[in-house]
Design a protein around this ligand. Structure first.
Ligand SMILES: [Ca+2]
Ligand SMILES: [Ca+2]
Ligand SMILES: [Ca+2]
Length: 259
């Protein structure tokens, strides 16, 4: 740009010099014109040409300045857009990271919520069972009656509760029932065939805990039902008349819907 200004100044100086020459030439030409009549002299033509060159240079200079400013503005705009794009891209990355973190947290919270919900439902079920007089011992529910009835009435009550009289399948159940310190009916009988003991689910007796001298099967008393009598001892069973009034134990497996 400076070079362009220098050229213009140089050209202007040249034009001034030409102008002096033109004045001399005009004097000569004037004298000649007086001889030849009105016509465009060489000096006037040179002057006009010089002025056109000046105007052309000024126009070029103006255009150069305009394009330089436009180019600078375009470059500044491009840089600003680039910065904005970079910032937006970085912000988008941060938002994506936060979204991913929140999604992970939400999934973990959902897992915890589901786990707590299961525990809450389990506790609610246990509470309902407890309110109905049931206790949960190692995966089985037991109901100990507060009143006394015959063996058949006791079993009918268990069936009404969706259960049956206690079947002793393990030493743990034997100790549990014996620890109640009461005469209690269990689900064992030989009512169908004297001396052939079966549990209420139809399975035969394989492991027994008869008290000493039992079962004695008194034919006069028709001792066809089994109770805990010598409670507190490992061998505590006694065959007894089914009409005797005893407490009883019902047993069933836990379920989500306890009636
Ligand atoms: Ca059992
Ligand atoms: Ca019997
Ligand atoms: Ca007996």
């Amino acid at each position: 740009m400076d070079q362009l200004y220098a050229n213009v100044e140089e050209l202007s100086a040249d034009c001034s010099e030409w102008k002096g020459n033109i004045q001399i030439s005009e004097t000569i030409d004037t004298n000649q014109d007086k001889r030849t009549g009105p016509q465009l002299s060489d000096g006037a033509f040179a002057k006009i040409l010089c002025l056109l060159c000046v105007f052309l240079l000024i126009g070029l200079l103006t255009l150069a300045v305009f394009f330089a400013r436009a180019s600078a503005q375009w470059e500044a705009g491009r840089l600003a857009l680039g910065d904005s794009f970079t910032n937006v891209t970085a912000e988008l990355g941060h938002l994506q990271t936060r979204y991913n973190n929140l999604t992970g947290d939400r999934e973990q919270l959902q897992v915890q919520f589901d786990k707590i919900l299961v525990e809450k439902n389990d506790l609610q079920t246990q509470f309902q069972v407890f309110q109905q007089g049931w206790v949960n011992v190692k995966g089985s529910l037991y109901y100990i009656s507060p009143t006394k009835r015959s063996w058949h009435e006791s079993r009918a009550d268990c069936l009404w509760r969706g259960a049956d009289l206690l079947i002793i399948n393990s030493r743990e159940e034997q100790d549990f029932a014996g620890g109640l310190q009461e005469r209690i009916w269990i689900g064992l009988t030989d009512a169908d065939t004297e001396g052939e003991w079966k549990w209420v689910d139809g399975t035969p007796l394989t492991e027994s805990y008869w008290a000493a001298g039992e079962p004695n099967g008194d034919p006069l008393r028709k001792e066809d039902c089994v109770e805990f009598k010598k409670y507190g001892l490992k061998f505590s069973w006694n065959d007894e008349s089914c009409d005797l009034q005893n407490q009883w134990i019902c047993e069933k497996k836990p379920s989500p819907c306890v009636g």
